[in-house]
Structures are given as structure tokens and as C-alpha cells.
Ligand binder design. Sequence first.
Ligand code: ATP
Length: 278
Amino acid sequence: MVPIIQVKDLTYTYQNSKVPALQNVSLTIEPGQWIAIVGHNGSGKSTLAQMLNGLIAPQSGEVYIDGELLTEESVWAIRRKIGIVFQSPDNQFVGATVADDVAFGMENNGVPRAEMIPRVQAALAQVGMTAYADHEPARLSGGQKQRVALAGVLAQRPQVIILDEATSMLDPQGRHDVVSLMTSLRKTGQFTIISITHDIDEAALADQVILMDNGKVITSGTPAEIFAQGEMLQQHGLTVPLSEKVRQGLLQAGVKVADHYLDEEQLVKNLWTLHSNK
Ligand SMILES: Nc1ncnc2c1ncn2[C@@H]1O[C@H](COP(=O)(O)OP(=O)(O)OP(=O)(O)O)[C@@H](O)[C@H]1O
């Protein structure tokens, strides 16, 4: 299988900075996966995301999307394969109505008008925002705005969706709505989802977690593999999910919980089984 994303030895230093934002970053992402990229502020996550769709060109190294090398010539075709939803719900709207806004990316890509309408409708249905098609984007809640931004990306039928801290400015309900949407998009198997996040509980839902620090990839693995390394996470300024803290606390107190990472639901089941078998 051709990896959907392959990054080889990427290095980048911003013009006005002495410290590299990315240093020899290499990684391979298989299609259909949900990847969480975690790391504390300034670790290089957003720079990497912008490099994946050619918003920033690498100073050295290579980016391959779906087997194709990202170059000045290929960047426009490749951008159609990769949609990004950014952090701020307020800075990504251009249309007067929600429907106009969802259509905007397709207009830029020269999709015929007759094709645009059903694609807008389908994308709005996919994010549960059909009833808001004629609303002004500015009047929506933060979570609704991010769902509309995601609809704009979906309407372009990308292979990869990057969410660059797309839930970080949302209230718990908005965050929950966007994360549920990501879960349902994953189930379709049609997209590779790359979520850059500070929310470790959100990262726990991913298939793979990539930990970055100081412009480097420190480690990657399943959430279970990564969260079992609590000390290492702390060294890089991150915490472990609540369920893992509870599990470790219980182990220390002599409770015979499972000896590996469990998400909240699995931990509750594990404790219930222990209780029932007493
Ligand atoms: N436009 C810029 N000009 C100069 N330096 C920059 C610029 N953008 C980012 N940097 C620097 O590059 C490094 C990586 O930043 P980047 O935004 O990629 O990290 P991040 O992990 O996404 O951080 P955050 O979680 O805060 O968004 C940091 O040292 C940052 O200060």
C-alpha cells in the first residue's frame, strides 16, 4: 500500500528565528488512520501541518502525498487532497451564508456550479448543519463554526483532513461535537485524519500518536504504547489521560487492575469485572 503521507528528513527554520522549527523529521502515515500529533507549545506541530499541504516549503527534505512528491508544480493538485481546519473558528469564513462558505473552496478549485450544490448539501448533512445553510456564519457558536469549516473541507473530497488545534478554542459541548464528528468520519474509512491537539483525551481516540518536541519526532505508537510511558510524556511537558492516572493510582494502592493502558470506558469495565468477581 502506498503511504498517504511520507515525510523524509524535513528541516525548517523560520527567517527571523535561530532555532529550527523542524529538525530531520521523518514519518510515514498509512491511509485511513486517525493520527494525533501532540507536543507542548512551539514543538513544531503547526509548521509540520503547513508543510504537508505546501503552505510552507521545506528547506531540506521531502514530502510525498499519496506517492507524489510535493513541489511548486504539484502543490495545487496536492492541496485538493488535503484540507485543513484551523484553530480559530472566527478567522476562516468568507461567505455571507453558511452554504456560500462551504462552496468557497470548490469555487477556487473550479468545480462546476451544478456539481457544487449537491456537494454543499451533502457536506452540511455530514456535519449535521443542514438547517443552517442560509444562516450567517458569524452568528453560529464556536463548535458550529468549526463544523461548517469541516464541511467546507469535506465538500472538496479530500483524502486527508488536518485539524490544527481545531477544538482548542471551543467550549466542552463544541469540542464534544467536533470530536464526535471526527469519530464518525473515521468510521467511513474514506479519510486520513491528522489531529494536532493539546487535548490528551482527544489524542487517546487516535489510532497512532506522534509526540513532537523541539522540532523533532520523539516517539510514535498507539495511544496505549504512548500513555504507558508517563514519565517520558512528563519530560516533554505533557500529561497522561485521567484514566491512566487513576489506573496507576489503583495499582499503587494494590488494586489488581489491568497492567496496560485503558481508556475511561475500558477502565470502568475492568473495575466492574473485578468488583463482580469478588
Ligand atoms: N511565523 C513564524 N516566525 C518565526 N518563528 C516561528 C513562526 N511560527 C512558528 N515559529 C517558531 O517555530 C517553532 C515551532 O512552532 P510551531 O507553531 O510549529 O509549534 P507548535 O507545536 O504548533 O506550537 P503551538 O502548540 O503553540 O501551536 C517555535 O519555536 C515557534 O516560535
